[in-house]
Design a protein around this ligand. Structure first.
Ligand code: SF4
Length: 229
């Protein structure tokens, strides 16, 4: 499992994949990320400390991810991140959280005390597909409400059942309302949610310019950030 990498093609930054408790929600129909979760606090802290010690601060920008939300990291790991931020002169931090924690986003921004870009797995702005089929439980009522808390939506492209119209609307919302975002191409996993290759081919052709846009990260494969497996 790779846990430390550099993103050099868009916003240059170091990225670490840390070990966390299981996702509080844990019910998205397309998700099988649970293999990297732990319930042993000591194991999580030890592994996370080893990874965090690799950070050099060379870009001044750090992204911290785990197979859940930032709030599922042990307290000791959050304190260690804060220590590294100070020691390595990190000025910008990327983190991620589920909507379920939206009322605590300001608390975590205040905790880190630097510019923090908070990502959220939206998958699609089509409410029925997101919360009905994908069971995401991201129940914001409007883009404005989402933006009150989060800076950067993560969108998924290429799921069977998704339509071109949904994706066009998603990309439209992303580019009109958000300076940052992540577009991920869906990869089949152990769940019954399947990939739509024809839709992906259409997307890759139509949105090639967006894939190159430096404001938006693009993951053709979930491991394209250089972490994970
Ligand atoms: S919020 Fe993320 S980690 Fe949790 S179940 Fe959904 S996709 Fe999986």
């Amino acid at each position: 499992m790779e846990r430390y990498s550099h993103i050099t093609n868009k916003t240059k930054r170091e990225i670490v994949l840390l070990k966390a408790r299981p996702c509080l929600w844990s019910k998205c129909t397309f998700c099988d990320y649970i293999e990297d979760n732990s319930t042993c606090t000591k194991e999580m802290i030890d592994i996370n400390n080893q990874v965090l010690d690799l950070i050099t601060g060379e870009y001044g920008v750090l992204e911290v991810i785990d197979s859940a939300s930032i709030f599922e990291l042990p307290k000791d790991t959050l304190l260690k991140i804060k220590e590294i931020i100070d020691k390595k002169h990190i000025h910008t931090l990327f983190i991620e959280s589920h909507w379920i924690y939206h009322k605590r986003i300001q608390e975590i921004r205040d905790f880190f005390g630097i510019k923090t870009i908070v990502k959220i797995g939206v998958e699609t702005f089509d409410d029925e597909f997101r919360n009905g089929y994908l069971n995401k439980n991201a129940t914001f009522q409007s883009i404005q409400e989402l933006k009150q808390y989060f800076d950067s939506p993560c969108l998924m492209v290429g799921i069977q059942g998704q339509t071109k119209e949904m994706i066009i609307k998603d990309m439209d919302i992303l580019t009109h309302f958000f300076e940052h975002g992540t577009i991920s191409i869906y990869r089949n996993n152990s769940t019954s949610v399947k990939r739509d290759d024809a839709l992906i081919n259409w997307f890759m052709h139509k949105y090639h310019y967006l894939i190159e846009d430096t404001g938006y990260d693009f993951l053709y494969d979930p491991t394209d950030f250089g972490v994970g497996n």
